[in-house]
Write a protein that binds this ligand. Structure first.
Ligand code: XMP
Length: 326
């Protein structure tokens, strides 16, 4: 019989045995897997662990604060945030092709992670204790991905171009290797992590960068971030989070249509709502959201978000549509 308390005790003992007095680093993504993995390692070896969080500017509203404030407050982990917003925007300038965006985001992510790691290495060298370990939030479905199996793991490795470099000289610490997602969530709750992180729905690594159809700019990110926050807020308020697998909110940045707002005609962008129901993201159906919830989201987005004068609903299943628009 499975018990999160036992799993935590077992993993803590294991991590201590593996790591000894060595230093450990962990990249946080804002998602549940890396958050729980890091919390377990911190439980085991305290400040021998340093977490790195790259703010690539493609995050959703409040995500950085959730990590920097709520997560740190509940775990006590040492956190280094890399503000790489400018770097990513510059690298993405003029790029519209989705796979090109993914490549650039993957490459810049590794670049900023490595820069952070270098400065930590310098600090480590000063006290004679090298960084020997890297924490990864690998889950059981990621482990069994070989053999053409299904699952989000395949999607992850398929989409996330690059991942961390092969020549990394770290020994991996993977405390979630035997666990499924719902078990990871149970452990996260047992460890007292914030619900916004533990209960988070899937969110792609390249973030809002692949939810702007067209070039990514600071201006467009701000528009999308505001629209996305409204949609999430209203879905949560209506108690629909557990019915929805995820709900991408997409900005059609190169499309404009005529609207009438306030005193005059406008020429603004459409926002797409893409609520889906799914078991594993391999197939999905569009979620039949209540009309009054859709109406509220639409009213609020068109009233509160500048440059948006239309909200449309995506009623395509997967296949033939993918969940994301890019
Ligand atoms: P699609 O759009 O392929 O998405 O139906 C399936 C699942 O994968 C997520 N997704 C990504 N996750 N990096 C990720 O880490 C990516 O580049 C990426 N693209 C899609 C998507 O949100 C959905 O859960």
């Amino acid at each position: 019989d499975w018990n999160s308390g036992n799993v935590i005790a077992e993993q803590v003992a294991r991590i201590r045995e593996q790591v000894g007095t060595g230093r450990v680093i962990c990249g946080l993504s804002g998602g549940v897997d890396s958050a729980v993995a890091a919390a377990l390692v911190h439980e085991a070896v305290g400040d021998q662990l340093v977490c790195i969080f790259v703010d690539h500017g493609l995050l959703r509203k409040n995500e950085r604060e959730q990590v920097e404030n709520d997560y740190v407050a509940s775990t006590g982990v040492r956190l280094v945030t890399i503000d790489a917003r400018e770097q990513f925007l510059n690298a993405l300038a003029g790029v519209s092709d989705p796979e090109q965006k993914r490549k650039i985001i993957g490459r810049e992510f590794i670049r900023s992670f490595e820069a952070a790691e270098k400065s930590l290495l310098a600090e480590a060298a000063a006290d004679g204790e090298p960084i020997r370990f890297l924490v990864q939030g690998t889950l059981y479905p990621d482990v069994v991905e070989s053999g053409g199996g299904t699952g989000t793991a395949n999607i992850k490795s398929h989409h996330n171009v690059g991942g961390l470099p092969e020549d990394l000289q770290f020994e991996l610490v993977e405390p979630l290797r035997a666990l499924f997602k719902d078990e990871v969530r149970a452990i996260g709750r047992e460890l007292g992590l914030p619900e916004v992180i533990v209960g988070r729905q899937p969110f792609p690594g390249p973030g809002l960068g692949i939810r702007i159809v067209g070039e990514v700019t600071a201006d467009r990110l701000e528009i999308l971030r505001d629209a996305d926050a409204i949609a999430r807020e209203e879905l949560t308020r209506a108690g629909l989070d557990s019915e929805i697998w995820q709900c991408p909110v997409v900005l059609l940045a190169d499309v404009r249509s005529v609207g009438v707002q306030g005193d005059g005609r406008t020429y603004g962008h459409p926002i797409v709502l893409r609520p889906v129901s799914s078991e594993d993201a391999m197939t999905a159906d569009w979620t039949r959201l209540p009309y009054d919830v859709l109406a509220r989201i639409s009213n609020r987005i068109t009233n509160e978000v500048r440059d948006v004068n239309r909200v449309v609903l995506d009623v395509t299943s997967k296949p033939p549509g993918t969940i994301e628009w890019e």
